[in-house]
Design a protein around this ligand. Structure first.
Ligand SMILES: [Zn+2]
Ligand SMILES: [Zn+2]
Length: 177
């Protein structure tokens, strides 16, 4: 598949802790298909159910700010979705429900997770998540740490975005062309 940003065939499928994503080896952007989602398993994921991370949770905070690059799957325009005052922008395809995440957006999400983890009393096993996020931010090139967190963040995003998709579709449907 072509990277929607770089416009050349750069996307490579990688498997991270059971999450399949396509990653562009140049810009570091991530694409995931709806078919790759495994929501039933996500529901049982301890990391996710305990992490009350307010990202795309509150439907009233969802904002669509127009069209973006084209979907690598079907060529339809992706729509930019923003959530509240988080400044995290993701691109979604209304047709295939795929999600595109720029590398910078992933970094922002990880930063927010880090703040969340630092600011609250969290279960013991999530303390490790906090430490690993700190390590990831300090060593962005560290592949193992990076991939582990991408997996956690991806699962969270997949779960939230897919569960909010009907609302996002509704917002997009009333946008002027
Ligand atoms: Zn790229
Ligand atoms: Zn699509």
């Amino acid at each position: 598949m072509n990277c929607p940003k770089c416009k050349i065939e750069n996307l490579r499928e990688i498997q991270i802790n059971g999450v399949k994503v396509d990653r562009c080896k140049y810009c570091g952007g991530l694409w995931f298909d709806k078919d790759e989602l495994k929501l039933t398993r996500d529901h049982r994921d301890k990391n996710l159910s305990l992490l009350e991370f307010d990202l795309w949770e509150d439907e009233s905070k969802l904002m669509v700010s127009g069209k973006s690059v084209d979907c690598p799957r079907d060529g339809k325009p992706l729509f930019k979705i923003k959530y509240g005052n988080t400044n995290v922008m993701i691109d979604i395809c209304l047709d295939c429900h795929g999600i595109w995440l720029d590398r910078e957006e992933l970094d922002k999400i990880i930063l927010e997770l880090k703040e969340k983890v630092n600011s609250e009393t969290i279960p013991e096993h999530l303390n490790n998540l906090g430490k690993e996020i700190v390590e990831l931010l300090a060593n962005p090139g560290h592949a193992d740490v990076e991939l582990k967190h991408i997996a956690i963040v991806m699962k969270l995003i997949e779960y939230r975005i897919i569960s909010k998709h009907p609302k996002i579709a509704e917002i997009i449907s009333v946008l002027p062309d």
